[in-house]
Ligand binder design. Structure first.
Ligand SMILES: C[S@@+](CC[C@H](N)C(=O)[O-])C[C@H]1O[C@@H](n2cnc3c(N)ncnc32)[C@H](O)[C@@H]1O
Length: 274
């Protein structure tokens, strides 16, 4: 399947960015989504020769009517925000990195800059995962010393957690119902095979679910600016990130202000779900 970026094509993209056309089209519901920046080819793609840009609607992600009501469309995170969020973690060399809702693998690629034991991505969409697989092959060829990466097709809330220590990443991938199911699943894993868990939640729309869990405690909370060259490739120039650590094998003193209240911007088209 071709991504939405390809379907629009560079000529059409140039045309719809003409100021007069943009002014009119951005008043039209659905079409206004085109102007959120996600459809532009992101600098990370040009720099690394990968394909992580674009947007994929929920009806292209899954054929399941039931899941369509619960999941969020594909759009890549801002690499510099992911990079800054990962610097908030303790040393990660004995942790697996797991992106639940990995899409084309953009956050995985950024995570591969760090010495994780391994990097795994999970998504519902075979089309997105095929692109992610090509991307990780490019990264493995370009940077052979980086951690091994792999992807799986699965519903994130049913995926078996790797044993040991895990950094779990989620860029607002689903609604409250699935976040609640995931949190219950993680609580069960933490009672058995998961030794320690750091949960990095980018655009943490349902932070209250993790805040309410007795298995987690806040490690970091803040708003991170994206780098200058990434401005205009996503709806916002900064994003909120909250990190929780598991109470099991708690490692120490959290960042200052980790308990701050979370404010997330979620225009209806972005949140997708109530
Ligand atoms: C906002 S995108 C994030 C992409 C990627 N993590 C990144 O940072 O660039 C959310 C992704 O989650 C996937 N997704 C949503 N619900 C899911 C679920 N229940 N299980 C697996 N993947 C899911 C979507 O297909 C989409 O690719």
């Amino acid at each position: 399947m071709r991504s939405r970026t390809t379907l629009l094509g560079p000529g059409l993209l140039r045309m719809i960015y003409q100021p007069a056309i943009k002014r009119h089209l951005s008043r039209v519901p659905l079409i206004r989504r085109v102007y959120n920046g996600w459809l532009r080819t992101h600098p990370i793609d040009r720099h690394l020769k990968v394909d992580t840009s674009g947007y994929m609607e929920v009806d292209q992600i899954t054929a399941s009517e039931q899941l369509r009501k619960l999941v969020i469309p594909y759009a890549g995170s801002s690499p510099s925000v992911v990079r800054k969020a990962l610097t908030m973690l303790p040393p990660v060399d004995d942790y697996q990195f797991l992106d639940l809702g990995c899409g084309k693998g953009r956050a995985m690629i950024v995570a591969s800059e760090r010495p994780f034991l391994g990097i795994t991505g999970v998504d519902l969409s075979r089309d997105l995962l095929d692109i992610a697989q090509r991307n990780i092959e490019v990264i493995a060829t370009t940077f052979p010393a980086r951690p091994a990466m792999r992807v799986h097709k699965a519903n994130a809330v049913e995926f078996s957690m790797p044993p040991g220590k895990v950094v779990l990443f989620n860029y607002h991938a689903f609604g409250k119902e699935l976040m609640t199911t995931l949190t219950q699943h993680l609580e069960a894993c933490l009672a058995t095979t998961t030794e320690h868990l750091l949960f990095v939640y980018y655009n943490p729309v349902y932070a209250e679910v993790l805040d309410a869990s007795p298995a987690f405690t806040r490690w970091y909370a803040g708003t991170l600016k994206c780098d200058r060259e990434e401005i205009g490739f996503a709806p916002d120039d900064d994003d909120t990130v909250v990190i929780w650590e598991s109470v099991r094998n708690r490692i120490g003193t959290p960042h200052a202000d980790a308990e701050r209240p979370v404010v997330t911007l979620q225009p209806a088209w972005r949140a997708g779900l109530g």
